[in-house]
Design a protein around this ligand. Sequence first.
Ligand SMILES: Cc1cc2nc3c(=O)[nH]c(=O)nc-3n(C[C@H](O)[C@H](O)[C@H](O)COP(=O)(O)O)c2cc1C
Length: 224
Amino acid sequence: MKPHKHVSLDFQRMQPSQQLESSRQFVNRMAQRRSVRFFSAEPVPFELIENAIRCAALAPSGANQQPWRFVVVQDPEMKRQIREAAEAEERESYEHRMPADWLDALAPLGTDWHKEFLETAPYLIVVFRIDFGLAQTEEGGSRIKHYYVQESVGIATGFLLAALHMSGLATLTHTPSPMGFLTSILGLPKNERPFVLIPVGLPSPDATVPELTKKSIAEVMEIK
Ligand SMILES: Cc1cc2nc3c(=O)[nH]c(=O)nc-3n(C[C@H](O)[C@H](O)[C@H](O)COP(=O)(O)O)c2cc1C
């Protein structure tokens, strides 16, 4: 492949005081992010969703292959189908499929197989990982290997969640397991696999969240 031309970096250097102010503000805003499981049906501007996806799509990725797709579902009938399929899988997981240690790990959160938020949230963003590219050659189709798909899509999803939160929206990181039903309901090709399902909107007025603590900086950071 031809090497890329190199251009000057557009880097806006900040004053140290601005840097500190900005980093502290960002930490404070991110400290307010929570996984929300009770949504209001109140509509939210589509541009907020689109801008958050623009932000996610700016994430770094292995070899800049950008192995992701973000499917925004707003159609009530499609949301109903997704809820029905997710609840069927989740019910099987909670009642039969998953071992006791999985149920024990989830028990403090108080979650169960009911996923009403999949219909009430105004938008569902389904993040897909594109496991390999498809190229058409004279001899027929061939696969283009994608590198570090899991890491790249994970980072892009982090950008997405942060951008949605910074736009004043509530999200849930939801992984009904298995998630294959999303590929068929949304009509995507087989090389694109669902990675995470994110309901987005405003919390319902009476929304609650589990009282959780996060590890302290001393527990998560090591300085050598
Ligand atoms: C990869 C991943 C998968 C998750 N899957 C689910 C899920 O399927 N259902 C759910 O209710 N929460 C899910 N969560 C949300 C976590 O339970 C939540 O992030 C955690 O309890 C911490 O709470 P917080 O996000 O409010 O800080 C998931 C989170 C991550 C990062």
